[in-house]
Design a protein around this ligand. Structure first.
Ligand SMILES: OC[C@H]1O[C@H](O)[C@H](O)[C@@H]1O
Length: 305
């Protein structure tokens, strides 16, 4: 495989996560959390940090935050080895996501999000020169759920296509996707090289409950597709066929927040290093498994304790 020299540019959401771990089912009233911590998050920020963690030497990120926590986010991304370009929104604070993690249910999480400044990233924030020295562009799926951020994503995608830079998209949220509408999403991501959906997103996008069928279907629309299946690993498809499978690694899950981002970051790092898609998906599975053993959506060393 030809390795195109250059770095990774991620355009996406950077938000503050309040991760609350609970051991008993949530019910009206007051309960004691097993752990609560406030950490930097957002799928865009997380993917960038994990790509750097998995050895991508040049990771950059374009995002929007509020003045309230811009310096904190900038420092966190820099500490993780990412070169951030954070636009400070004049009106909105940084987005906040409450991540409720059910320790009793395989560390499954529920997100309550206020996207704040993160979805106000606009075409004015974009410049084709951001792609100088970039070999791959990754667009966080959340971008497609805001009107302004969708327009910014369209600009970025068009610039990348004009330069022949491959683009990947991780749809990021089945719930948001359902609200936006599948057809609108698919129209917005036309021209994307690699789609990296979860099982639920792949089903929603195709109407096919079997992930292999969904992967095949999506790979008739996108040059390559990697479907993340959590503990069942991942499927790699292109040209209308499943071409490979990657296995997950059994671990004791503590928090599944950002596990998909770890997968995607590691996958992108491997692709930029010249790995083929199946090998890259294997690295993604290893990364996702390791990510669920710790709290929050960022790699070790990326978060101040
Ligand atoms: O993909 C996981 C991320 O998305 C959610 O929006 C949280 O911010 C979390 O860090």
């Amino acid at each position: 495989m030809t390795v195109r020299p250059g770095g990774l540019l991620v355009v996406g959401d950077v938000v503050t996560d309040v991760v609350a771990l609970h051991r008993t089912p949530l019910a009206p009233g007051t309960d004691t959390a097993a752990d609560i911590r406030t950490v930097p998050g957002g799928a865009g920020g997380n993917v960038a940090c994990w790509a750097a963690h998995w050895g991508c030497p040049d990771v950059r990120l374009l995002g929007r935050v509020g003045a309230d926590s811009a310096a904190w986010h900038e420092a966190a991304l820099t500490r993780a080895g990412v070169r951030p370009r954070l636009v400070i929104d004049p009106r909105e604070p940084t987005g906040t996501v409450i991540c409720l993690v059910d320790a009793a249910a395989a560390a499954e999480r529920t997100f309550l999000s206020d996207n704040g400044a993160s979805l106000r990233i606009s075409p004015d924030d974009w410049s084709p020169s951001l792609l100088d020295g970039v070999a791959r562009l990754h667009l966080s799926g959340y971008l497609f759920f805001g009107t302004q951020s969708r327009a910014a994503a369209a600009e970025a995608l068009a610039s990348a296509r004009a330069r022949g830079v491959p683009v990947s998209v991780d749809p990021a949220s089945a719930g948001f996707l359902a609200r936006l509408g599948v057809e609108r999403f698919l129209a917005a991501v036309q021209g994307v090289e690699t789609l990296v959906p979860s099982r639920a997103e792949a089903e929603l996008l195709t109407g096919l409950p079997d992930p292999s069928d969904a992967a095949c279907e999506l790979s008739r629309r996108f040059p390559s597709v990697v479907v993340k299946l959590g503990t069942d690993g991942a499927l790699v498809a292109w040209g209308g066929e499943v071409r490979g499978r990657a296995s997950s690694v059994p671990v004791r899950a503590r928090d599944s927040t950002g596990a998909g981002d770890a997968f995607t970051g590691a996958l992108l790092a491997a692709l930029l290093g010249g790995a083929d898609l199946v090998a890259a998906a294997e690295q993604g599975c290893g990364a996702g498994a390791r990510a669920v053993t710790r709290a929050g959506g960022r790699p070790p060393g990326a978060v101040e304790r």
